[in-house]
Design a binder for this molecule. Sequence first.
Ligand code: 4NP
Length: 153
Amino acid sequence: MSAQPAILFVCLGNICRSPLAEGALRAELTARGLGWSVDSAGTGDWHVGNPPDPRAIEEATRRGVDIVGLRARQVKSQDFDRFTHIFALDESNLADLRRIAPPVAKADLSLLLDMVPGHEGRSVADPYFGDDSSFARTWDEVSLAARMLIERL
Ligand code: 4NP
Protein backbone atom coordinates (compact mmCIF):
# COMPACT_ATOMS: atom_id res chain seq x y z
CA MET A 1 0.00 0.00 0.00
CA SER A 2 2.31 2.75 1.16
CA ALA A 3 5.16 3.36 -1.27
CA GLN A 4 8.67 2.15 -0.56
CA PRO A 5 11.20 4.78 0.46
CA ALA A 6 12.82 6.66 -2.42
CA ILE A 7 16.11 8.16 -1.29
CA LEU A 8 18.13 11.06 -2.72
CA PHE A 9 21.55 12.01 -1.35
CA VAL A 10 22.73 15.55 -2.04
CA CYS A 11 26.19 17.10 -1.65
CA LEU A 12 27.89 19.99 -3.44
CA GLY A 13 29.47 18.45 -6.53
CA ASN A 14 27.85 14.97 -6.69
CA ILE A 15 31.26 13.45 -7.36
CA CYS A 16 32.55 12.56 -3.87
CA ARG A 17 30.22 12.22 -0.88
CA SER A 18 26.76 11.64 -2.36
CA PRO A 19 27.90 9.02 -4.93
CA LEU A 20 29.63 7.17 -2.08
CA ALA A 21 26.40 7.35 -0.05
CA GLU A 22 24.43 6.13 -3.08
CA GLY A 23 26.84 3.25 -3.63
CA ALA A 24 26.84 2.29 0.05
CA LEU A 25 23.04 2.29 0.30
CA ARG A 26 22.62 0.38 -2.98
CA ALA A 27 25.01 -2.30 -1.71
CA GLU A 28 23.18 -2.60 1.64
CA LEU A 29 19.78 -2.77 -0.09
CA THR A 30 20.98 -5.42 -2.54
CA ALA A 31 22.34 -7.48 0.36
CA ARG A 32 18.89 -7.33 2.00
CA GLY A 33 16.91 -7.93 -1.21
CA LEU A 34 15.24 -4.51 -0.95
CA GLY A 35 14.25 -2.61 -4.09
CA TRP A 36 14.15 0.97 -2.89
CA SER A 37 14.77 3.75 -5.36
CA VAL A 38 18.14 5.49 -4.74
CA ASP A 39 19.84 8.43 -6.45
CA SER A 40 22.26 11.25 -5.73
CA ALA A 41 22.69 14.83 -6.95
CA GLY A 42 24.71 17.98 -6.33
CA THR A 43 23.59 21.48 -5.47
CA GLY A 44 26.21 22.79 -7.92
CA ASP A 45 26.43 22.18 -11.66
CA TRP A 46 30.22 22.16 -12.21
CA HIS A 47 30.52 18.39 -12.59
CA VAL A 48 27.23 17.54 -14.32
CA GLY A 49 27.65 14.47 -16.54
CA ASN A 50 30.94 13.46 -14.93
CA PRO A 51 31.69 10.15 -13.20
CA PRO A 52 32.59 10.22 -9.50
CA ASP A 53 36.01 11.54 -8.46
CA PRO A 54 38.67 8.83 -9.11
CA ARG A 55 39.48 8.81 -5.37
CA ALA A 56 35.82 8.08 -4.55
CA ILE A 57 35.72 5.31 -7.17
CA GLU A 58 38.89 3.84 -5.67
CA GLU A 59 37.58 3.93 -2.11
CA ALA A 60 34.26 2.32 -3.10
CA THR A 61 36.13 -0.35 -5.06
CA ARG A 62 38.28 -1.03 -2.00
CA ARG A 63 35.03 -1.66 -0.08
CA GLY A 64 33.68 -3.93 -2.81
CA VAL A 65 31.22 -1.45 -4.36
CA ASP A 66 31.20 -0.32 -7.99
CA ILE A 67 30.23 3.34 -8.53
CA VAL A 68 32.00 3.79 -11.88
CA GLY A 69 28.75 4.10 -13.84
CA LEU A 70 27.28 6.95 -11.78
CA ARG A 71 27.05 10.39 -13.44
CA ALA A 72 26.72 13.71 -11.65
CA ARG A 73 23.55 15.72 -11.98
CA GLN A 74 22.21 18.85 -10.33
CA VAL A 75 19.32 18.64 -7.87
CA LYS A 76 16.04 20.09 -9.16
CA SER A 77 12.76 21.13 -7.55
CA GLN A 78 10.92 18.08 -8.96
CA ASP A 79 13.19 15.91 -6.81
CA PHE A 80 11.16 17.05 -3.80
CA ASP A 81 8.16 15.19 -5.26
CA ARG A 82 9.98 12.19 -6.73
CA PHE A 83 11.70 11.21 -3.49
CA THR A 84 10.31 10.43 -0.03
CA HIS A 85 13.57 11.38 1.70
CA ILE A 86 16.31 13.80 0.69
CA PHE A 87 19.47 13.60 2.77
CA ALA A 88 21.93 16.50 2.71
CA LEU A 89 25.53 15.54 3.35
CA ASP A 90 26.37 18.80 5.14
CA GLU A 91 24.74 21.86 6.63
CA SER A 92 25.53 24.05 3.67
CA ASN A 93 23.87 21.52 1.33
CA LEU A 94 20.86 21.49 3.66
CA ALA A 95 20.59 25.29 3.59
CA ASP A 96 20.81 25.30 -0.23
CA LEU A 97 18.13 22.60 -0.45
CA ARG A 98 15.81 24.57 1.84
CA ARG A 99 16.18 27.54 -0.52
CA ILE A 100 15.16 25.59 -3.62
CA ALA A 101 12.49 23.40 -2.00
CA PRO A 102 8.99 24.06 -3.37
CA PRO A 103 6.51 25.38 -0.76
CA VAL A 104 4.71 22.04 -0.63
CA ALA A 105 7.05 19.08 -0.93
CA LYS A 106 6.58 15.37 -0.42
CA ALA A 107 10.17 14.68 0.52
CA ASP A 108 11.37 14.74 4.08
CA LEU A 109 14.57 16.83 4.15
CA SER A 110 17.29 16.27 6.74
CA LEU A 111 21.00 15.80 7.35
CA LEU A 112 22.25 12.30 6.57
CA LEU A 113 24.01 11.95 9.94
CA ASP A 114 20.70 12.65 11.71
CA MET A 115 20.14 8.93 10.99
CA VAL A 116 23.11 7.97 13.18
CA PRO A 117 22.45 8.09 16.94
CA GLY A 118 24.92 10.48 18.60
CA HIS A 119 25.80 12.16 15.28
CA GLU A 120 22.60 14.18 14.82
CA GLY A 121 23.20 17.64 13.39
CA ARG A 122 26.69 16.73 12.15
CA SER A 123 27.99 17.12 8.61
CA VAL A 124 29.89 14.59 6.50
CA ALA A 125 33.15 16.48 5.90
CA ASP A 126 33.99 17.30 2.28
CA PRO A 127 36.92 15.05 1.25
CA TYR A 128 37.50 16.88 -2.06
CA PHE A 129 40.52 18.84 -0.80
CA GLY A 130 41.65 16.05 1.52
CA ASP A 131 43.82 12.98 1.03
CA ASP A 132 42.94 9.31 0.59
CA SER A 133 42.24 8.93 4.31
CA SER A 134 39.50 11.56 3.94
CA PHE A 135 37.72 9.32 1.44
CA ALA A 136 38.07 6.31 3.75
CA ARG A 137 36.47 8.34 6.53
CA THR A 138 33.69 9.49 4.20
CA TRP A 139 32.96 5.88 3.30
CA ASP A 140 32.86 4.87 6.97
CA GLU A 141 30.38 7.68 7.74
CA VAL A 142 28.05 7.22 4.77
CA SER A 143 27.98 3.42 4.99
CA LEU A 144 27.09 3.55 8.69
CA ALA A 145 24.35 6.07 7.90
CA ALA A 146 23.10 3.85 5.06
CA ARG A 147 22.75 0.87 7.41
CA MET A 148 21.04 3.00 10.03
CA LEU A 149 18.56 4.54 7.63
CA ILE A 150 17.48 1.11 6.37
CA GLU A 151 16.69 0.17 9.95
CA ARG A 152 14.91 3.43 10.71
CA LEU A 153 12.78 4.09 7.60
P1 4NP B 1 31.25 16.58 -3.14
O1 4NP B 1 32.73 17.18 -3.18
O2 4NP B 1 30.34 17.74 -2.85
O3 4NP B 1 31.32 15.62 -2.01
O4 4NP B 1 31.00 15.94 -4.48
C1 4NP B 1 33.10 18.26 -3.97
C2 4NP B 1 33.27 18.11 -5.32
C3 4NP B 1 33.68 19.18 -6.08
C4 4NP B 1 33.93 20.40 -5.49
C5 4NP B 1 33.75 20.55 -4.13
C6 4NP B 1 33.32 19.49 -3.37
N1 4NP B 1 34.39 21.48 -6.26
O5 4NP B 1 34.71 22.54 -5.67
O6 4NP B 1 34.43 21.36 -7.50
